[in-house]
Design a protein around this ligand. Structure first.
Ligand code: DGP
Length: 113
């Protein structure tokens, strides 16, 4: 999609530090990390937000969740991690291409909001 930062990261026109890629998804370091390890996992297909998940595209979301344990392991997150998805304005979603924050590398704060 035109003017989507994450579509541009997917197609390589904006550089990123990738940690995983396959035919459906890519994972790369967040530009503004909020934990010692902070990676974003995104589908290559443009899906705006969690509100847009339906039967036609949910397989890519399932795929993301099957790959997260593997990505976490390669990042050394043996003690666990947090997966965050922000949706819409109340959820403070700033990039309108669905993405899952994978955070870890320290004891995370117990509160989420
Ligand atoms: P959210 O607020 O959930 O929409 O998170 C968007 C995240 O994307 C935020 O943590 C910063 C990150 N981000 C924004 N632009 C870029 C970029 O160009 N490259 C990378 N690697 N991360 C970005």
């Amino acid at each position: 999609m035109d003017n989507c930062i994450f579509c541009k990261i997917v197609d390589g026109s904006i550089p990123s530090k990738k940690v995983y890629e396959d035919e459906m998804i890519v994972a790369f370091y967040d530009l503004e990390p909020q934990a010692p390890v902070h990676v974003l996992v995104v589908p290559k297909q443009h899906i705006s937000c969690a509100d847009e998940i339906d039967e036609s595209n949910s397989s890519v979301v399932a795929h993301i969740f099957t790959k997260i344990p593997q990505i976490a392991k390669t990042l050394g997150l043996e003690n666990g991690y947090r997966i965050v998805n922000n949706c819409g304005s109340d959820g403070c979603q700033s990039v309108k291409h669905i993405h899952f924050h994978l955070l870890g590398g320290t004891q995370l704060n117990g509160r989420m909001a």
